[in-house]
Write a protein that binds this ligand. Structure first.
Ligand SMILES: [Zn+2]
Ligand SMILES: [Zn+2]
Length: 337
């Protein structure tokens, strides 16, 4: 393996195991460092055992480079691969039925990889489409897209689609839900997007009645296709309590207005909790199993959501990612009209 390919693979695997971002950054720095010194110097130093003398290359990154150059197959990279592998459990069969991922981020907002890399990874994972859903403008901390930048992204999508067909990169956005339930994007732009995910990112502790109204209003918007990470809980690190709202009313709105409830596969979110997902199943809501990936390796997290869907008795026909891209687009279009 080329040293650069080995480092890129390491970054993918570190993202898959949700490694701390400084660790991922170290590998990205090493990638820049070998690019800077060139392949001949990299090979020479790896063979001589002096690669870590290069600025930006440390012990782990140096090991990955050296193993790649010397053809060592049971070193750092192999162990990382083994350790970060996501076991296919109960939901293995369902995972094989999924044709796309409807919630992903790229460097257009706060993702770690260009849209093109995300799209190529989705294809490599067996998908027939991926939806680009970068953040909307109000989420400045996540470098959310203004209308102007969204228009630029749509142009990039067109080029990408021309080169990747029949694979499809669908347009979308993770639109912020304002406190009154309105959305952080104008109707004439929402209309242009293939798939719209709407999520709450602020005032997570507002009173339950207000939060219920806020979410139900967003869900009722004809442009909204998916309700993202509905409780906003965090189950790891310092954690975060779920927002409070009347789940029956929110699911009733999802059912009435054909808005899918997202199973957010991020390991630190695992949203919604299983008792809520079971309630969504009782309400016969549509379900989307999405990774909310901010890096290529994170797109493998869909397996977690599939396990959960099976545990909670979700009917695969109600899962919008089991449909073809055309079926999905027919659905989003008919909802909005
Ligand atoms: Zn979000
Ligand atoms: Zn997101």
């Amino acid at each position: 393996m080329e040293p650069a390919a080995a480092l890129t693979r390491a970054i993918y695997l570190l993202d898959r195991e949700l490694a701390p971002s400084n660790k991922v950054r170290a590998f990205k720095r090493a990638l820049d460092a070998i690019d800077e010194i060139g392949i001949d110097e990299t090979l020479k130093r790896a063979k001589a055992g002096t690669i870590t003398e290069v600025e930006g290359i440390g012990k782990s990154t140096g090991a990955v480079i050296t193993e790649a150059v010397l053809g060592i197959e049971d070193g750092y990279l192999a162990k990382l691969d083994e350790r970060s592998r996501i076991p296919l459990g109960l939901g293995g069969e369902l995972r094989a039925q999924l044709k796309g991922d409807c919630h992903t981020h790229s460097t257009w907002s706060d993702g770690g990889a260009p849209l093109e890399t995300m799209a190529h990874t989705a294809r490599a994972l067996g998908h027939e489409y991926v939806v680009a859903t970068d953040h909307s403008a109000r989420l400045t901390i996540a470098h959310g897209l203004s209308e102007e930048r969204l228009v630029q992204q749509l142009a990039e999508l067109e080029t990408l689609n021309a080169s990747m067909a029949p694979f499809r990169v669908l347009s979308g956005m993770e639109v912020d839900i304002f406190e009154d339930g309105s959305l952080d994007l104008a109707d004439h732009m929402l209309e242009k997007l293939d798939v719209v995910v709407a999520s709450v990112h602020s005032k997570l502790k507002m009173p339950a009645a207000d939060m219920t109204r806020r979410m139900a209003t967003a869900v009722a918007n004809p442009h909204v296709d998916i309700l993202g990470h509905m409780t906003n809980r965090k189950v790891s690190g310092t954690g975060r309590a779920p927002s409070e709202f009347n789940a029956e009313m929110v699911f009733a709105a999802c059912k009435k207005f054909d808005t899918a409830v997202e199973i957010n596969c991020r390991p630190e979110r695992q949203d919604p909790p299983e008792e809520l997902l079971e309630l969504a199943v009782e309400w016969d809501c549509y379900i989307a199993i999405d990774t909310d990936a901010h890096a290529p390796g994170q797109m493998e997290w869909q397996a977690y959501g599939c396990d959960k869907a099976v545990r909670c008795g979700v009917n695969p026909d109600r899962i919008i990612n089991t449909w073809t891209a055309d079926q999905l687009l027919d659905w989003t279009t008919s909802k909005a009209s």
